[in-house]
Write a protein that binds this ligand. Structure first.
Ligand code: ADP
Length: 334
C-alpha cells in the first residue's frame, strides 16, 4: 500500500519538530476527554502495579497521536520503544522487539494499519496472554516455540482505523479517536511554538495562520516555521499579518488551508461531474491521485468544512464549496 502523504503534512527539520513536541501534559493543548481518560487508565495501572492496558489512537496525521504515546510512556515512567507497521516486515522483526521489552515497557507501533497479517498474528497472543509463538525450522521438523513475555503496554496509532482487522482492534483495552482542533486551541499551539522558536508573531498573524492550519497542530507548526523563514529572509523582525499572508501565498495555501490539489478536487466534482455524485475511484483517476490519499487526507478536512459530502452514490460538492471557489451554482442568479 502506498504511504499516505500530503505536502503540508510532511515533517521537515526533525530537531525543530522535536523541540515543539509537548513534553508534559499541560503543554498538550485540547483533546481534553482523551487526556482525562488516558490519565485514569494510567493511574489505575499504577495503583495496581500492573502494565497499563493496550491503547489505540486513531485520527488524521499530525493531530498528536505520537505525542500522546510519548506522554503516556513518560507518565508510566517507561522509555517508549518506537516502530511502525511498514518496518515490521518479518515475524523475526517483531519477535526481536518483543523479546527485548522489559517489564512495564511501552511499545509504540505507528501506522499500525500497514502491518501485514503474519505480524498481526504474532501480535494477538503477545497482546492477550503475553506469549510469543515462534515457528522454528522448516518442513516436517518445524515446531512451535512458546516464549513468555514480560507485562508490557502496546500503543498503536493509525490514520485508517477501518483498515485494522477486527481481531486486532478488539485486543485494545481503550481506543481513542482524535478530532480536529478548535481554532482557539490551534492559536494556543501557535503562540507556544512561536515562543519556543523565538519568533515574534502578532495576534493578526496567529489568526491568519491558525485559520489556514487545517485544524491540525503539525500543519500549524509548519506554517509558522515557513512564516519565520520568510520573515528572516526578508529582514522582517516580526511575523505580522503581511508576512503571514505572503507566506501562504507563496505556499499556494488559501485562507482556509486548502492547497492546489484540494481545490482541484472540488473543481473536478463541480465542473467535470456537475457537482456530483462522483465515485471516489473516478475522482482518483481524474485527479491522478491515490484513492487512499483522497479518502484519508483531502476528504476529511473538506467534509469538516462542509465543502463535500460522501454519499452512497459518490461525492457531492456542497454550496459552501461553490462559494469558497467563487463558482456559481446552477440556477443561481448573477
Ligand atoms: P501524529 O502522530 O498524530 O501524526 P504528532 O504527535 O507527531 O502527530 O504531532 C505532530 C506535532 O504537532 C507534534 O510534534 C507537536 O509539535 C504538535 N502537536 C500535536 N498535538 C499537539 C497538542 N495537542 N498540543 C500541542 N502541540 C501538538
Amino acid at each position: 500500500m502506498k504511504p499516505v502523504t500530503h505536502p503540508i503534512l510532511l515533517s521537515d527539520d526533525p530537531t525543530i519538530d522535536q523541540a515543539l513536541r509537548p513534553t508534559v501534559w499541560s503543554e498538550y493543548v485540547g483533546q481534553e476527554k482523551i487526556k482525562k481518560n488516558l490519565k485514569i487508565l494510567i493511574e489505575a495501572a499504577q495503583k495496581r502495579n500492573e502494565a497499563a492496558d493496550h491503547v489505540l489512537f486513531c485520527g488524521q496525521a499530525g493531530l498528536g497521536k505520537t505525542t500522546l504515546a510519548y506522554l503516556t510512556a513518560k507518565e508510566l515512567r517507561s522509555p517508549l520503544k518506537v516502530t511502525s507497521g511498514p518496518a515490521l516486515e518479518k515475524m523475526g522483526d517483531l519477535a526481536a522487539i518483543l523479546t527485548n521489552l522489559e517489564k512495564g515497557e511501552v511499545l509504540f507501533i505507528d501506522e499500525a494499519h500497514r502491518m501485514n497479517r503474519m505480524i498481526e498474528e504474532v501480535l494477538y497472543p503477545a497482546m492477550e496472554s503475553r506469549k510469543l509463538h515462534l515457528i522454528v525450522g522448516k518442513g516436517p521438523s518445524a515446531r512451535t516455540l512458546s516464549l513468555d513475555l514480560p507485562p508490557f503496554t502496546l500503543i498503536a496509532a493509525t490514520t485508517r482505523e477501518n483498515l485494522l482487522s477486527g481481531p486486532l482492534r478488539s485486543r485494545f483495552g481503550a481506543t481513542f479517536r482524535l478530532n480536529y482542533y478548535d481554532p482557539e486551541d490551534i492559536k494556543k499551539i501557535l503562540r507556544r511554538s512561536a515562543e519556543i522558536l523565538k519568533a515574534n508573531a502578532t495576534e493578526e498573524a496567529v489568526n491568519i495562520l491558525a485559520k489556514a492550519s487545517r485544524a491540525t497542530p503539525r500543519v500549524a507548526n509548519r506554517l509558522l516555521k515557513r512564516a519565520r523563514d520568510y520573515a528572516e529572509v526578508k529582514g522582517e523582525r516580526i511575523i505580522d499579518d503581511k508576512v503571514a499572508l505572503k507566506t501562504l501565498e507563496l505556499l499556494e495555501i488559501d485562507s482556509l488551508g486548502l492547497e492546489p490539489q484540494d481545490r482541484r478536487l472540488i473543481q473536478i466534482i463541480i465542473q467535470k461531474f456537475n457537482g456530483g455524485p462522483v465515485g471516489v475511484n473516478t475522482l482518483a483517476a481524474a485527479l491522478n491521485e491515490d484513492k487512499g490519499v483522497i479518502e484519508d487526507i483531502y476528504e476529511p478536512y473538506l467534509m469538516s468544512l462542509g465543502f463535500i459530502l460522501r454519499s452512497a452514490a459518490g461525492r457531492l460538492a456542497l454550496p459552501a464549496a461553490y462559494d469558497h471557489l467563487g463558482i456559481k451554482r446552477r440556477g443561481e442568479l448573477l
